[in-house]
Design a protein. Sequence first.
Length: 483
Amino acid sequence: MSEGSVQHQQPVVPVLEEQRLDEFLGGVPERGQWRYRPRIVGMVWRSKAFRAGAVVTVLALCGLVILALVRRQTGTEGFLVGLGLAVLPVPLLMAAFRWLDRVEPGPWRNLLFAFSWGACAAALVAIIANSFATRWIATATADPVSADTLGATVVAPVVEETAKAVAVLLIFLFRRRQFGGIVDGIVVAGFTATGFAFTENILYLGNAFGEDQQMGTTGFASVTAGTFFVRAVMSPFAHPLFTVLSGIGFGMAALGGARHRVRRIVLPLLGLVLAMGMHALWNGSSSFGPYGFYAVYGAFMVPSFALVTWLAIWSRRRELRTLSTELPVYAAAGWLTSAEPLALASMRARGVARDMARHWNSHPDRARGRAAARAVAEYESFATSLAMLRRRARHDGVGPDFAAREQELLHHLWQRRDIAGPALTYAAHATGRLRVHRPPAPPGFPRQLPHGGPPPQHLPAPHRHYGGYNPYLENGRHRAPPD
């Protein structure tokens, strides 16, 4: 029998230690199982479309109400000026949080929901509740000045941080698959707080512009310029920093898994209390004397910001280490090359792989190069999700949807393997993640990009997928690429 007539059976899916032999997973799922969508049969409010429509409707109504309230307080001209200035720090903050989320990027719909919740729902609750509480305290004590101070240092932190934390709680409960650790908590909380600060800045900057109109001040000496410097230049991270503490609590609860029920309740509450305390200290800094603001800013806010930044970067590195720990078992079974887990665990190697795919597929058509780079990026995302899924199963037990989800991810990896595998293998060598005496030449790529055809029935044997695997080499001889 000739070697070309031998068909290699697909590798079995590596099984967790807790599973039995009869729980071995199959290979690539059938066509009807390409996308894992659990069916929820029941009442209408369990429909995804109904829930999404309800959320959009509620946020839109909140946005219209908050728009009317802010415009009434600032006037039309003040509102427009406040809007133009308040939007400036938003892209920078969103880009910073998105950068932290590069290892396993969460879906944009979750982040847009978080931002919209902070800008609309949380801001509306804060304006109404803070105004009501301040008026009630002023009426009860007959001291409007003390009521304003008490409202800013006690009422506002409790109301605002609770309202913002609701967005993190909703994603934690209803988008549990996309909420797996501290980085996810930081990113969701950061987007929520960025939206809240955006609306609040419109209000503060619009009111400051109104004061300048009344007093006739302009330029750098104006109240508007001072307010913008303090809120958008010196402390654009203030609200995100407060709410991130709540996000860290939810992220640590997610790491603990469903079996640690006490931790799932205590840690988010502890994070929320810390967020309220930091917010109260920040709001009350002006009452500590003429230099109280600068003292709190330099001695507390800046170190806290540095500590949270370090924790976020450390958590991201921990996620990368998870890839190098969980994915080698799939490489040993033949689903990945031996070099891919090393490349996937390095952000630099990931970037090199995407650049390689774009460069070697962009001649003569640049669109093909972009499509190849996108395929590698998707491959990296699916591989990361696979590693995180296995880690959660190892620490929290194998859930009822583990098998279907693992099959789905392996299928998506297979669909992009011919493009991403050589690129990641080359990136592992090029970045020094996999050291050999003589690095391989840059691999070629097949002309076919991932498509929606039927899933393959067989995978190449594991020994075909080590180190410098090249799809154009077969038994030491070059072969023509597929049409």
